[in-house]
Design a protein around this ligand. Structure first.
Ligand SMILES: Nc1nc2c(ncn2[C@@H]2O[C@H](COP(=O)(O)OP(=O)(O)OP(=O)(O)O)[C@@H](O)[C@H]2O)c(=O)[nH]1
Ligand SMILES: [Mg+2]
Length: 251
């Protein structure tokens, strides 16, 4: 419990068995529930998580072999906390500073915080190609959705469980990351803010294809804008197969 709030941390993981101990050790002791959601791990991520004393579930649905969004949606659905936190299982996000983020949420009476890495804090190292890609996507979101977000691809967020249905999450792949921020920040019923954090060096090697994932984000952000536009609704724009396939998640 933190200030009378039950707190759940959700960690989407694929093959993070070697890093889970480091990540879980850093989670503050006030956290009531940790859920590791493994998606097509070929190592023993689930067993290691359970041995470390946290809840572990599998969700093996994928889109183009990615299940990051499915994992988050499952974690959010399973979470029993009043406050739900999403972070990566590769130790990049400063989960040890969670009390400060929750303080900010409560003090400013917010419903949703996205933890932004930009402008970079001292000592933070992020590859230039990723920084450039995020800047381009931030600009796209600013032009199309009219919201100013400094880090549309942050993988750490903290929100009140009471708004989880309003987030309207549908994307099972990496696009859940821009979707959760766009939906939170454009919903007038959700008080949204970013909170500046420093990012740590990831544990293990990167398997991310920044160009392919970035292109997928750019395309999805544009399609999402059209779907929700007057013209999209007028012409009954058919939602992407991913969106319609995932609408059974009850979120
Ligand atoms: N459940 C699930 N988790 C995934 C999947 N792909 C990656 N992850 C996890 O999602 C988190 C983010 O994935 P990363 O591979 O670190 O992606 P990234 O942060 O964009 O890229 P890096 O710069 O390489 O760290 C990590 O905890 C991964 O273990 C997936 O398909 N399913
Ligand atoms: Mg990472």
């Amino acid at each position: 419990m933190y200030k009378d709030k039950r707190v759940t941390v959700c960690l989407p993981c694929r093959n993070e068995s070697g890093h889970l101990k480091d990540v879980i050790d850093k989670i503050p002791t006030f956290v009531d529930e940790v859920i590791v959601i493994s998606n097509k791990s070929t190592d023993n991520t689930v067993e290691v998580a359970r041995a470390l004393g946290v809840k572990a579930v599998e969700d093996n649905r994928t889109i183009g072999n990615i299940g990051y969004g499915f994992a988050h949606m499952t974690g959010i659905r399973e979470a029993t906390g009043d406050i739900i936190v999403g972070a990566d299982g590769d130790a990049t996000y400063p989960i040890e500073d969670l009390d400060q983020v929750i303080d900010y949420l409560l003090e400013h009476q917010l419903n949703f915080i996205s933890c932004n890495r930009y402008p970079l804090q001292k000592g933070t190292k992020i590859p230039f190609k990723l920084r450039l890609g995020v800047w381009m996507l931030n600009t796209e979101v600013r032009v199309l959705h009219r919201v100013k977000i400094q880090d549309i691809l942050s993988g750490m967020w903290v929100f009140e469980s009471s708004v989880k249905d309003q987030l309207q999450l549908t994307m099972g792949d990496w696009n859940l990351s821009p979707q959760i921020k766009i939906n939170a920040s454009t919903n007038p019923a959700i008080r949204f803010s970013e909170y500046s954090i420093a990012q740590h060096q990831r544990l293990g090697e990167s398997h991310q294809n920044y160009f392919k994932t970035g292109l997928s984000h750019a395309t999805w952000i544009c399609k999402d804008r059209i779907e929700h536009s007057f013209i999209g609704r007028l012409f009954r724009y058919t939602p992407s197969s991913e969106s319609s396939a995932n609408n059974d998640l009850g979120l």
